[in-house]
Design a protein around this ligand. Sequence first.
Ligand SMILES: [Zn+2]
Length: 126
Amino acid sequence: MARKRKLDLEKFRQRLEETRQDLQLGLQRIEDRTSGRDPLNSDTAGEDFDEPGGDAAQETLERTQAMAIGQNLKEMLENVSSALRKIDDGTYGICDICQKDIPKARLEIMPFATMCTACRERHSTR
Ligand SMILES: [Zn+2]
């Protein structure tokens, strides 16, 4: 049963690589944040006073959020990397679980999808 689909793999690879770069950049920024320095706020130039004490709770909250975002980014990065591996393996666009083709429309929206919609839903409501 040879059902080879023609996917524009190079296009997907390129998009995945761009996504990977974005994610890596995002992660880097999060890591800067969670390690104390905050390059995002440093461009409110001039005001470079540190309120003594005060904002510790706020800062903890922000750090917790940043870490949650970082966790998300890491998972995305993982997905993107495995999608890229699948391009190399020639299994790109095939669902990890049921081995069926992932609809092309889905790949267009989420090039890093490694599961079809049905499996994804089953998987995420475990
Ligand atoms: Zn599936």
